[in-house]
Design a protein around this ligand. Sequence first.
Ligand SMILES: *Cc1c(COP(=O)(O)O)cnc(C)c1O
Length: 371
Amino acid sequence: MLLFTPGPTPVPQNVRNAMSDETMHHRTPEFEAIFEKTRKHLFNLFGSDEVVMLASSGTGAMEAAVVNLCHNTLLNVNSGKFGERFGKIALAHGLKNVTISNEWDTPVSVQEVVEAVKNNSDIDAIAIQISESAGGLRHPVEAIAKAVKEINQNIMIIADGITAVGVEKIDIANIDCLIAGSQKALMLPPGLAILGLSNAAIEKIGKGRGYYFNLATEIKSQRKNTTAWTAATTLTIGLLEILETIERNGGLEKLYEETAARASAVICALQAIGLHIYPKTPALSMTTVDDENASQIRKILKTDFGVNVAGGQDHLDGKIFRINQMGLIAPYEISWVVNSVELALAKLGRRDYDGTANRVFNENYFKLAGK
Ligand SMILES: *Cc1c(COP(=O)(O)O)cnc(C)c1O
């Protein structure tokens, strides 16, 4: 079965092998050496002033960011389930919360955020997804961050990059906290989250807030190549392996180029067989199609063609399907995915099969990826 859900993503064989060794004790020079190397790679990946690894799923890092960087009112952007979550975290911690909501296919505009910030001087942090995985859309986070910093330099910008870090190069010039999770673009099992922090964020964190997710405690330990609590040793070993694998495969630039080429070629292929792309500004992390037969297409893909793609949640349940684009993906696999979608449409009597999806994908991919 080809796993093509936008998280979890498949874990490469060599990474699984690296994680199959005997359990290591975390307070040892051996593990500290692994931790140090992993940190070096993460500084390269994030480009930030500091990085922190947490033993938690991505939501833990979202909570750590909100608790430590928002001390008054959080402005969050809700164009889907993950954006909504930031608001819930703020309220759960007794913070005030302002939300800008849009339909799940619609990115927030710079103007909407600027207005919200100007209307409420209590807002001291903004939380937004770079890629909102609920509908697969890309928010203009960099432009928003720039505009907000021009109004008030002290407002913290928290960017959820769980389906963006490792997908595309992110301009962090005005971002204070960038979040990644292991099971999406980093091709690992779930359970590890990473935050990239700016010096301004570290200043605001001060002594930190919370206990398990107190970022001051973690920063202090991790600068010494250890963790405050027991490290997710196995996942850290896996993370080092995947980051080294990316390097061996030509580095981050090549990964970003191939991901962009693949995402674009898949859109061309699916549009060529009459399908509609759901988000107005598609993220590179996944391709989302809205279709009245979305459920049937997913079912046929799974049972007849060995392809597992994701559906939608809440009001998009049964209305969309989402194809992963994150990670090191062989062209012959994604080529089979779009071909399977075309075969599914033929099975549903929507369109005679003529190999258009596969042809259009390959024409575009190999042109764009410079192969
Ligand atoms: C998956 C995801 C999360 C949540 O991460 P968990 O690991 O499930 O806690 C948050 N934000 C985005 C954009 C995601 O795709």
